[in-house]
Design a protein around this ligand. Structure first.
Ligand SMILES: Nc1ncnc2c1ncn2[C@@H]1O[C@H](COP(=O)(O)OP(=O)(O)OP(=O)(O)O)[C@@H](O)[C@H]1O
Ligand SMILES: [Mg+2]
Length: 345
């Protein structure tokens, strides 16, 4: 039996979903040998093998394919967790800025990792399907990752706009890090800034969370000290990345052709990706755009879930192996639905 899966390889995480829509995730990290810089291990194993003086690194620069060796190893690592890994049909998520050469390289990597057939689909399109909507829906899909935000405007299965913007959750982490450096003269690790953002960060009022303790190095003396920080302290620190994020959505919305406006505005914006979990982001966007803004539970799973759902409705004999099939998704879905209806009648 063919194993139909979706794979979303991001800067922070690799997420796999199979036909039963089970989700498996590993961090997109590698542990390197300190002398040779060769990869010792990847994903969960790299996290387990990490020591104080050898910490895992993220080899995917800007979320785009960077190290072929790492990409192959991390893909093999998640595929090894499938119950049936013999006959795999994989739909792989790509950003709007992926070029033909990168897609061809990814196809070769997937084949050598044991995938029999692969297809590529825009992540923002896949996120809509993963969120439970039909691919022919008109909507502005915004997938906020750690490094990049994919924005796509979809109308009746057609991608009328798509872009990959260099803004993501990590820019919000950097804003926290910078604030603590300026106001407390304390250097903190980026992963600690991320934890602060996730546990007490907010871009809209109303978050009730306990203050948290941060440990950092005093700039002046090098002493390790603690500092307590609460939501109100950092409420304003996200202004710059937030502005960039809102702009990434506002620009295409402002330029939307008249024939798409009504349909897109009716459904508004769908927010997915881990970055969509930032407290108050949906409220902030609703307020700025005066449009419906939908969010879902576990928004970082939705691209992989959508890709797996696509894998399950592609025809058995699907052409365009190894190619970007984003533009065909609406049509293929409509065809699948009508075949299903015929069978049931
Ligand atoms: N509760 C939360 N609040 C704020 N941000 C969060 C929360 N949970 C996760 N995130 C952020 O989501 C981001 C990771 O999301 P995701 O797994 O979708 O990224 P990715 O797909 O690996 O990255 P990219 O798409 O840029 O390649 C991180 O920046 C993380 O801090
Ligand atoms: Mg992503």
């Amino acid at each position: 039996m063919v194993n139909k899966i979706g794979l979303d390889l991001g800067y922070a995480n690799i997420t796999l979903s199979d036909a039963s829509l089970e989700v498996v995730r590993e961090p997109s990290v590698a542990l390197l040998d300190k002398d040779t810089r060769r990869i010792l291990s990847v994903g969960n194993t790299a996290m387990e093998m990490a020591t104080a003086d050898n910490q895992p690194v993220r080899p995917l620069k800007n979320g785009i394919l960077y190290s072929v060796e790492f990409t192959e190893q991390i893909i093999k690592s998640v595929l090894s967790r499938l119950k049936n890994s013999t006959d795999i049909r994989c739909v792989f998520g790509i950003g709007a800025d992926f070029n033909q050469k990168q897609i061809a390289q990814l196809r070769d990597i997937l084949h050598s990792a044991g995938v029999k057939e692969c297809f590529f689909v825009n992540r923002a399109m896949a996120a809509v399907i993963g969120a439970g909507f039909i691919p022919t829906m008109s909507v502005c899909s915004v997938n906020i990752g750690a490094k990049r935000t994919e924005v796509a405007i979809l109308h009746k299965g057609e991608v009328v706009y798509s872009a990959s913007k260099p803004i993501g959750g990590e820019d919000f982490d950097l804003a926290v890090q910078e604030y603590i450096l300026k106001n407390g003269e304390l250097n903190i690790a980026l992963q600690d800034a991320r934890k602060i953002k996730e546990s007490i960060g907010a871009v809209w009022e109303g978050r009730c969370s306990e203050p948290i303790d941060v440990t950092g190095t005093l700039v002046l003396t090098g002493n390790r000290i603690h500092m307590s920080i609460n939501t109100e302290d950092i409420l304003g620190v996200f202004e710059k990345p937030l502005y960039e994020l809102l702009n990434a959505v506002a620009i295409p919305m402002r330029r939307l052709e008249a024939k798409y406006i009504d349909a897109v505005l009716e459904n508004g914006i769908l927010l997915t990706g881990g970055g969509a979990e930032l407290f108050g982001l949906d409220k902030m966007m609703r307020n700025v755009f005066k449009l419906p803004v939908s969010t879902m539970k576990a928004p970082d799973d939705l691209v992989a879930r959508g890709l797996a759902a696509i894998a399950s409705f592609l025809p058995v004999k699907m052409r365009h192996e190894g190619k970007d099939i984003t533009e065909k998704i609406g049509e293929l879905y409509t065809e699948y639905q009508s075949q299903k209806k015929k069978k049931n009648d």
